[in-house]
Design a protein around this ligand. Structure first.
Ligand SMILES: Cc1cc2nc3c(=O)[nH]c(=O)nc-3n(C[C@H](O)[C@H](O)[C@H](O)COP(=O)(O)OP(=O)(O)OC[C@H]3O[C@@H](n4cnc5c(N)ncnc54)[C@H](O)[C@@H]3O)c2cc1C
Length: 637
């Protein structure tokens, strides 16, 4: 199948303006006749629901949590990028675009990535107008700090709680629309099926998580903003409720899944401490503005960090990447941390950690300045590790954090299923093979506040408001499918808890499909995940009833999806015989050990079509064309 990105022609900087002009509009009086379902209330879904309702559409919004403002976006710490150039340090839309496309190792669409940089400034204005309390400098302008992969300061932040403040902004706008009756909010609902009528997305079936009942909801278009799939690794920095379920349901109904092997392993997380841990904690990348990363020069040096003199320390990021130093992008910083530990130079009780040291910053700026910038993160670290990071260097290690892959979308953020739009981390769109820090919040809000309001109008303007309703047979069929799946889970009556099986899946994925992968390991992982999937369906323990509040059943459904989805990730990682960004295939590296792309054979988006249960997925590709930037070996030296 030929995948059409629908990216408009013309000069890069004019594409979005031109496209907005050329798209058809829905008359203001007609907007209320169109029903739109938005699944997800994180930054992408929350901003989309509020904005679409403000425009006049009739919106139904769904989320798993008890309140829209408990979506995982609330956990985001470090900041959000925008090309405002307030510090006057050489930033521009073009530079943000270039940094993002280079950061993603030239595996994203030029037109999408440029548009993201273009609307970034509007996001900051919108959020300030909502009252988001961004940090300010001495003159009152919004303050900025630096994030990885950039040599300018363009990250706007609210201490270490940027996601929370941004989400409160979006949530306030959403609440206003709920109060006006333009958004009908359905919390504690899990979308369990996408409903297609004549090949178009026309609704969803949701499970009420309190009563266990199914509910059918029809619409003229469905927007998925359901987040990423980082929890396939079991241990990750994501909220434990993050899951791939909604995207996977859409995939099984024909939506293509793009680049599933592109996952981000974040370099600065609190190291794993034991088998019974269910979650990992991020230490924001902003800490690398002032913290210096190091390991002992000699393998096996077990001295306490403060007893190791300067001459015994290797500040390996500063040594290997002098231009970017500690702010090397995440994929590179993570891979290097792993290499140091593999060489036996890792620290801490397990040997799987490196130091992040603030001694120099504290001596230079004083403890109060450091506390003002990062106090809540330092407190969090001390609460978890019981060590004072103002006095002893932090210990950090990479962990699963973000997923660049997602449902395939065109320039309008519409999937290959007509009427199904995908926003935020759930789509694959703008970050290529590696996302730069502080760009996920930017993308989620760009999609929700500034892109979908135009492009969904362009789609609806060419569509009559639906005459279908939730009594249509398609809804009955979808409900039956969901019900059968749930009954099958409850009928297993096995012996192993779902968490236990999920943990095993995490071990397999972490061992063979994380920031460094190779053919032998991936082939082994494919077999191991298939065996584990078989075991799940024979031996999982799913207690309780279906028409009830049943957390074990919720988890079981999500883990069943993860088990199948893991195979898709591995298949994609095996098929991409090159290294790019977070996908580092050990067979393909430069003499200096850096990722080696194969632009001749792999300069494309891999989009996978569901091939049936237990069958191989079908491969499609969208070639990537670069008209404005030159493909080059990515270097941060
Ligand atoms: C600890 C941490 C810190 C981070 N810090 C930063 C940062 O500083 N800067 C940055 O740019 N990025 C950061 N990120 C990444 C960023 O937070 C996420 O990529 C982003 O918030 C995702 O937003 P989203 O709206 O796409 O999805 P989410 O916020 O994950 O929201 C998903 C929504 O979908 C709903 N949902 C999911 N499945 C279903 C279903 N089946 N049915 C119904 N509802 C469903 C959920 O209930 C939720 O409402 C961080 C990530 C983590 C884990």
């Amino acid at each position: 199948m030929q995948l059409d990105s629908k990216a408009p022609g013309g000069p890069l900087a004019e594409k979005w303006d031109r496209h907005r002009f050329e798209m058809k509009l829905v008359n203001p009086a007609n907007k209320r006749k169109y029903n739109i379902i938005v699944v997800g209330t994180g930054l992408a879904g929350g901003s989309a629901s509020a904005t679409l309702a403000e425009l006049g559409y009739s919106i139904k919004t769904f989320c798993i949590q008890d309140s829209p403002r408990r979506a995982h976006s609330i956990a985001a710490q470090g900041g959000i990028n925008a090309a405002k150039n307030y510090p006057n340090d050489g930033d521009s839309i073009w530079r943000l675009f270039y940094d993002t496309i280079k950061g993603g190792d030239f595996r994203s669409r030029e037109a999408n990535t440029y548009r993201l940089a273009q609307v970034s400034d509007n996001i900051i204005d919108q959020c300030v107008a909502q009252g988001v309390p961004f940090a300010r400098d001495y003159g009152g302008l919004l303050a900025n700090r630096s994030f990885g992969g950039a040599q300018v300061s363009r990250t706007f932040y609210c201490r270490g709680q940027t996601g929370q403040q941004l989400l409160l902004g979006a949530y306030s706008s959403l609440s206003r629309q709920i109060a006006e009756g333009k958004v009908k909010m359905f919390p504690r609902r899990e979308m369990v099926e996408l409903v297609l009528i004549n090949g178009k997305a026309k609704g969803i079936v949701a499970r009420n998580l309190i009563t266990g009942e199914f509910e059918s909801h029809d619409a003229d278009a469905v927007v998925l903003a359901t987040g990423g799939y980082g929890n396939v690794y079991y241990l990750s920095t994501n909220a434990t409720s993050c899951n791939v379920g909604a995207a996977f349901r859409a995939y099984k109904k024909g939506a293509f899944f793009a680049n599933p092997c592109y996952t981000q392993i974040h370099p600065t997380c609190i190291p794993h401490s034991g088998e019974y841990q269910s979650k990992l904690t991020l230490m924001s990348e902003s800490l690398r503005n002032d913290g210096r990363v190091w390991v002992p020069k000699n393998a096996g040096d077990k001295r306490r960090p403060n007893d190791i003199p300067e001459s015994g320390r290797d500040y390996y990021l500063e040594r290997k990447y002098p231009s970017f130093g500690n702010l090397a992008p995440r994929d590179i910083a993570s891979r290097n941390a792993k290499e140091m530990c593999d060489e036996g130079r890792g620290v801490g009780p397990t040997g799987y950690a490196v130091y992040l040291d603030f001694k120099e910053a504290i001596e230079r700026d004083g403890i109060e300045i450091v506390r003002k910038k990062y106090g809540n993160l330092f407190d969090m670290y001390e609460n978890i590790i019981d060590d004072n990071p103002y006095e002893t260097p932090m210990m950090i290690y990479p962990a699963s954090h973000y997923t660049m892959g997602g449902l395939w979308v065109d320039y309008n953020l519409m999937s290959n299923i007509e009427g199904l739009f995908v926003l935020g981390e759930a789509n694959f769109s703008d970050h290529g093979a590696n996302r730069l820090g502080a760009s996920a919040l930017m993308q989620g809000l760009a999609d929700g506040y500034f892109i979908i309001p135009y492009t969904i109008g362009g789609y609806l303007a060419g569509t009559e408001p639906s005459e279908y309703n939730a009594d249509h047979t398609a809804f009955n069929d979808a409900t039956r499918e969901a019900d059968e799946r749930i009954k099958k889970l409850l009928a297993i009556k096995g012996k192993r808890t779902v968490d236990n099986i999920h943990r095993d899946l995490g071990h397999i994925m972490w061992e063979y499909c994380r920031m460094a992968r190779n053919e032998e390991g991936l082939t082994k992982a494919l077999k191991l995940t298939r065996d584990l999937r078989e075991e799940f369906w024979q031996n999982a323990l799913v207690p309780g009833a279906d028409r009830d509040y049943n957390l074990s059943l919720q988890k079981a459904g999500r883990v069943a999806d993860c088990l199948e989805f893991a195979e898709l990730m591995i298949t994609d990682a095996l098929a991409r015989e090159e290294s790019c960004g977070g996908h580092f295939r050990e067979e393909y590296k430069t003499e200096e050990g850096e990722a080696k792309r194969d632009d001749e054979n792999f300069c494309h988006i891999a989009a996978w079509e569901y091939g049936g249960y237990g069958k191989a997925p079908i491969f499609h590709k969208e070639p990537l064309a670069f008209e404005n930037v030159e493909l080059s070996q990515r270097s941060y030296k």
